[in-house]
Design a protein around this ligand. Structure first.
Ligand code: ADP
Ligand code: MG
Length: 244
């Protein structure tokens, strides 16, 4: 069902245009990655999908639901969008246990206590952390905390998952493990995912399709092998490591 459509998306901050006419469509179940160097507009694009930023122009639709359409003056606030999010700066609440962290989005949705317990166990099972239910964030490794953040994003079965550099706080070895684990989870769940990274290897390893961004524009969209073997521009070629 959730086909994500981003059309003619533009964003200005105080007269500075950071997104220029971004267009892409994501199929149901697809793992779609926005790849590009720091400052190219990846997080702003994701924030527009999440409703944390309002586009200056354009529209975003998920399934039948219009999230935002500047021409029609439609804007659905973040809490009306049923998305799961793991953002760089979106840490766990340190004073709450794992189970309490996961209960938060369920309480907001007024899901009853008994059902909350079931959903929390399900989500922790998916990320392989059922035994850590009663731990506090500081009692876990960085990798485990990231998995809990992902479980919290999955706990109410969102239509679409938005992941903004979710592995960037991990050291190299943990990142490798987390990548393998994320790929397995994606294969099991098949949830439509918009993934943001500046790490080309990560993008090539995880994605069904990659959209390469540069200075607020999409420069190429395609499956990993195409981006790697037939880069559309010298910029894409150098960014994915084909030449220097
Ligand atoms: P990325 O995630 O690819 O690193 P961002 O989407 O965070 O890039 O940023 C794109 C551009 O927009 C950058 O030049 C950044 O400085 C600018 N920008 C992002 N958020 C804001 C904001 N709230 N106010 C002003 N400029 C912003
Ligand atoms: Mg960013």
């Amino acid at each position: 069902m959730p086909e994500v459509k981003v059309a003619q998306l533009s964003k200005r901050f105080a007269g500075n245009t950071v997104l220029h006419d971004i267009d892409f469509t994501i199929e149901d179940g697809e793992f779609f990655t926005l790849l590009g160097p720091s400052g190219c507009g990846k997080s702003t694009t994701l924030s527009c999908i999440a409703g944390l930023e309002r586009p200056s122009a354009g529209s975003i639709t998920v399934g039948e639901k219009i999230f935002v359409d500047t021409a029609a003056k439609t804007f659905v606030p973040p809490e009306g969008r049923e998305l799961g999010m793991v953002f760089q700066s979106y840490a766990l609440w340190p004073h709450m246990t794992v189970a309490q962290n996961l209960a938060m989005p369920l309480k907001i949705r007024k899901i009853d206590k008994a059902r909350q317990g079931v959903l929390i166990d399900d989500a922790l099972e998916k990320v392989g952390l059922k035994d850590l239910r009663d731990r506090y964030p500081h009692q876990m490794s960085g990798g485990q905390q990231q998995r809990v953040a992902l479980a919290r994003a999955l706990v109410y079965s969102p239509d679409v998952l938005l992941l903004d550099e979710p592995l960037s706080n991990l050291d190299a070895q943990l990142r490798e493990q987390a990548r393998a684990w994320l790929k397995r989870l994606q294969e099991e769940l098949g949830i439509t995912t918009v993934y943001v990274t500046h790490d080309q290897e990560e993008a090539l390893a995880l994605s069904d399709r990659i959209a390469v961004m540069s200075e607020g524009r999409l420069v190429q969209v395609g499956p990993p092998h195409e981006i790697y073997q037939e880069p559309a521009t010298v910029g894409v070629a150098s960014f994915v490591g084909r030449c220097n």
